[in-house]
Design a protein around this ligand. Structure first.
Ligand code: SF4
Ligand code: SF4
Length: 411
């Protein structure tokens, strides 16, 4: 991995804030310190936001060292990047500032996003028997579904993300343009999102990563900002206006020209809506767009601007950019779509279905019995986020009933 959610035990005060916010209940507090179960972590970054003591942070590669290995370095800025600068900052100024960091070529993610939006529309129109479809571009919600809602797997639209498509197309372009072999081309994605790292280093399903390195935006923002302020070179490749919409929640549905969709952002809301789908309540909806971060990817942990300001900056850019540039890759869209270029296969859910029902029932019964002894306050003082998770920990031999402070006080 080139970076991850890193934890500094010394800074942790055991306050339980991260444990209560973690959507997959991956965090426990033991001996006054947080412990993460990495198998359950979906890299959503909620713990980074929740910790006031700075115990969580992204660990970043020295990405500049990595660029030495390539003859051609391509930067793919996320669709969120332009909204991270003061309103009125020229798009070309930002792209040229990125080049000055040491890149040879900028491929805008928005071009790929426009293509993926078209694929979303086509797949929804061609498959009337699945409703609702759920987006697969947010790796945090994708992993959440994998861990907590495996029954929703068949609702996933299972299309590659704009980042992945951008990685493939950018590499193809550079190969032709500079007459290079793949090994000489390094693709660097500038991300607002910790979960994109896992999407590259440990992808779900049969996706092969098309991006080589991921750079958190906040790690390069200072240097970029200084260059943006001085930049005056105004030659660049304009982004796709349709693709730029993806940075904000609801944008991909609008980019795909959908009319019957629900767009939800923020982990708590996402969990509620996934439960609605699981309960069969949204079968009249074509597409549900679930994004882990507040306002969508503009709220990603590695952005620097308040998500609401960034979202408004983005709308300003969309309203003020002149004309819609032509996306030359649209010409071969039908051919690519029919070849299955946009598709990926989600892991087989058979293992979920093959769970021994008898054993599962017995386990649930035992957990229920333990839960009945606990006070049901979900206070978190035992080091587990809820009484139910504490009962599960006791069942799994990871805790004891004596960790419950309420029971201890009463006995
Ligand atoms: S990144 Fe998200 S899932 Fe992982 S430990 Fe932090 S809050 Fe939990
Ligand atoms: S909403 Fe966007 S930034 Fe946030 S976790 Fe999902 S993909 Fe990453």
């Amino acid at each position: 991995m080139n970076f991850s959610i890193m934890f500094d035990k010394e800074k942790c005060r055991g306050c339980t804030n991260c444990m209560k916010k973690c959507p997959t209940q991956a965090i426990r507090i033991k001996n006054g310190k947080a412990i993460i179960d990495h198998k359950k972590c979906i890299h959503c970054g909620e713990c980074i936001r929740a910790c006031s003591y700075g115990a969580y942070s992204p660990e970043c590669i020295e990405w500049k060292n990595e660029t030495n290995a390539y003859k051609c370095k391509i930067a793919i800025p996320s669709t969120t990047i332009y909204g991270q600068f003061p309103r009125g900052t020229d798009i070309c100024v930002v792209q040229n500032a990125i080049l000055k960091l040491g890149f040879d070529y900028v491929y805008d993610e928005s071009w790929a996003a426009e293509l993926v939006a078209k694929a979303i529309k086509k797949k929804i129109d061609n498959n009337k028997d699945i409703r609702p479809f759920i987006n697969t571009n947010c790796p945090a919600t994708l992993r959440l579904i994998n861990i907590r809602y495996p029954s929703l797997t068949e609702n996933l639209i299972a299309l590659k993300t704009p980042m992945e498509i951008a990685g493939i197309l950018a590499r193809n372009n550079a190969r032709k343009k500079f007459n290079l072999e793949d090994k000489d081309i390094g693709v660097f994605y500038i991300t607002p999102c910790p979960a994109k790292l896992l999407a590259v280093t440990d992808p779900i399903g049969n996706l092969g990563p098309s991006v080589d390195w991921v750079i958190p935006l906040n790690k390069i923002y200072g240097e970029l900002y200084q260059k943006v302020v001085k930049e005056d070179n105004l030659i660049c490749s304009y982004p796709s206006l349709s693709g730029l919409k993806w940075s904000v929640c609801g944008g991909q549905s609008k980019s795909a020209k959908l009319t019957n969709f629900i767009a939800v952002n923020g982990m708590e809301n996402v969990i509620q809506i996934l439960e609605e789908i699981e309960n069969g309540k949204l079968s009249g909806v074509d597409y549900v767009e679930v994004l882990a971060c507040v306002q969508g990817c503009v709220g990603g942990t590695f952005n620097v601007i308040n998500p609401f300001i960034a979202s408004s900056n983005n709308k300003y850019i969309l309203n003020t950019l002149d004309g819609e540039p032509i996306n030359s890759d649209l010409e071969c869209f039908e051919k690519l779509y029919n070849k299955g270029f946009f598709e990926f296969e989600f892991p087989d859910t058979e293992s979920v279905n093959k769970i021994n029902i008898k054993e599962a029932l017995k386990k649930n019964e035992e957990i229920k019995q333990i839960l009945a002894i606990l006070p049901g306050l979900d206070c978190g003082s035992c080091g587990s986020p809820t009484c139910l998770s504490h009962a599960e920990d006791i069942y799994n031999g990871q805790s004891t009933i004596f960790e419950c402070v309420v029971l201890r006080a009463n006995s």
